[in-house]
Design a protein around this ligand. Structure first.
Ligand code: ATP
Ligand code: MG
Length: 454
């Protein structure tokens, strides 16, 4: 069983020595009871924020208006929060005012789920569990504290937390709690994109994020945050697939081994399929031409809407764009061109995504389906080991050389000439030689200038 760290016990004892009370509360208690690792420890106390700052002069006033200070000890962060009571929420996001109370039961009553509304008295080890959180944890149930509709109408983030916990803890939502999501979505609409993104990222750390996304789909949460994904629900594919577009996206995400952004790419990898679907009279089956390209165009605004960083967005979009490849005894040149197109830095991501894409085919997947991927990896290794140029940076000359020999200023033409030379070298690595490239540069520049009429 996870132990309460000595630092936490010491903090609580220090408060008791000053006549204050302290409890360990929230997610850390829940995780101790489930025997899951605890990332941060939260302490609730009847000491007021000013008293906390006096008692722990090194504490960081991380949220004084909410009554929170943070203590850093042995490299860990411990949050101390003054007991708070129920509040009114008019904006569906933040309580209108925070009021401090001296009663742990009142503090627990304002928390979201019964499993998160348990306190431990560290002196006696006794659990304070007024809402039956322990029982719900044993039954693996997410249940709102009090009336679910009311609690979800106060704070729109809670419905997404419910879905997330269903996935990360592998719990089920209590029927009343589940049923309260759809009627309270107007409050959910007010949640900021950043907070939605943070929940998505946490969801992606679950063994099966699809548990959360299925709840989001059923309840209407997803129609608000990512309606594009719903276009694939029930959309039959072709003889190569056993699952519909939506279910395959779920299975691919679950099968994807990687960090949250890679899993978001897995979730979105076929988002272009519904808009590219066409029936082929020749094969008498559905086709999805260009779904990778169309998918990347759809993924970009989704990533932007979710407020991913530019790097994260570029990664997700590039993975959607390049997820589709079928290695079949490619030539060295074809392998070099493929690496250049997808970018050497994306190789590991694409391997993981491709494996998940195959495993995500459901019952028709066989381990032998991974053979082509293994061959591609080996071929890429060989090409990389040969040290062939794969980007313009790998060429034996650079932009400065070109500016000198061509008598041109830095700019578009120089970039285009470098690209043209890279094409030559991709076809024949032996051409990656200073003199040979400089000789070709003049030709290439003349062609480019001729073509652009300049
Ligand atoms: P994790 O840290 O694993 O995401 P957690 O339950 O610890 O889960 P935190 O955001 O760290 O989540 O919040 C700590 C505690 O604060 C929760 O356990 C819960 O008691 C309370 N809490 C957090 N967010 C809300 C909310 N939106 N509404 C009500 N109570 C909340
Ligand atoms: Mg926490």
């Amino acid at each position: 069983m996870t132990r309460v760290p000595d630092d936490v016990v010491a903090i609580c004892e220090r408060l008791r020595a000053k006549g204050k009370r302290a409890w360990i509360v929230g997610g850390c208690v829940r995780n101790v009871l489930i025997d899951k690792p605890v990332a941060d420890w939260d302490v609730a106390t009847d000491a007021l924020p000013q008293e906390l700052m006096k008692l722990f002069p090194k504490a960081i006033p991380t949220g004084l208006q909410h009554g929170t200070v943070t203590i850093v000890a042995s490299g860990h962060h411990y949050e101390l929060t003054t007991l708070r009571g129920e509040s009114t929420y008019t904006d569906g996001r933040r309580p209108d005012a925070v009021h401090f109370v001296d009663d742990i039961a009142a503090d627990l009553a304002r928390r979201d789920f019964t499993m998160n509304a348990i306190a431990v008295d560290p002196a006696s080890g006794a659990l304070i569990d007024p809402f039956g959180g322990r029982k719900d944890i044993d039954a693996k149930t997410v249940r709102a504290v009090g009336k679910a509709v009311e609690r979800f109408s106060e704070d729109g983030l809670r419905v997404l937390r419910a879905a997330r916990f269903a996935a990360t803890l592998e719990f089920e939502l209590d029927p009343e709690t589940l049923g309260a999501i759809a009627p309270t979505l107007d409050t959910f609409r007010k949640v900021s994109a950043e907070r939605v993104r943070d929940e998505w990222v946490k969801t992606m750390k679950a063994p099966q994020p699809s548990r959360a996304f299925e709840i989001m789909r059923q309840t209407g949460i997803l129609a608000i945050t990512c309606p594009e994904l719903l276009e694939g629900v029930g959309m039959e594919q072709n003889k190569w697939h056993a699952l519909d577009v939506w279910k395959h996206g779920m299975a691919c995400m679950d099968a994807c081994v990687g960090d949250p952004m890679l899993r978001i790419a897995a979730l979105l990898h076929d988002v272009g399929k519904p808009r590219s679907r066409a029936f082929s009279d020749k094969t008498q089956d559905w086709t999805f031409y260009d779904h990778d390209k169309i998918g990347a165009e759809i993924a970009f605004p989704i990533a932007t809407r979710l407020k991913l960083s530019n790097d994260e967005r570029d990664r997700v979009v590039a993975l959607v764009r390049h997820h589709l490849f079928h290695y079949d005894a490619w030539s060295d040149q074809a392998v070099r061109r493929w690496i250049k197109r997808v970018g050497p830095e994306r190789l590991q991501d694409l391997y993981a995504l491709n494996e998940a894409d195959l495993r995500g085919k459901g019952p028709i997947f066989k381990e032998s389906d991974l053979a082509a991927l293994a061959l591609l990896k080996a071929h890429v290794e060989k090409v990389l080991a040969e040290g062939a140029a794969l980007t313009t940076r790998d060429l034996a000359i650079d932009g400065n050389d070109l500016m000198k020999v061509l008598g041109l200023p830095r700019g578009r033409i120089i970039g285009q000439v470098l690209e043209a030379l890279l094409e030559v070298v991709l076809a024949d690595p032996a051409q990656n030689e200073r003199e040979a490239l400089l000789a070709r540069a003049k030709e290439a520049a003349a062609q480019i200038q001729g073509a652009s009429g300049g």
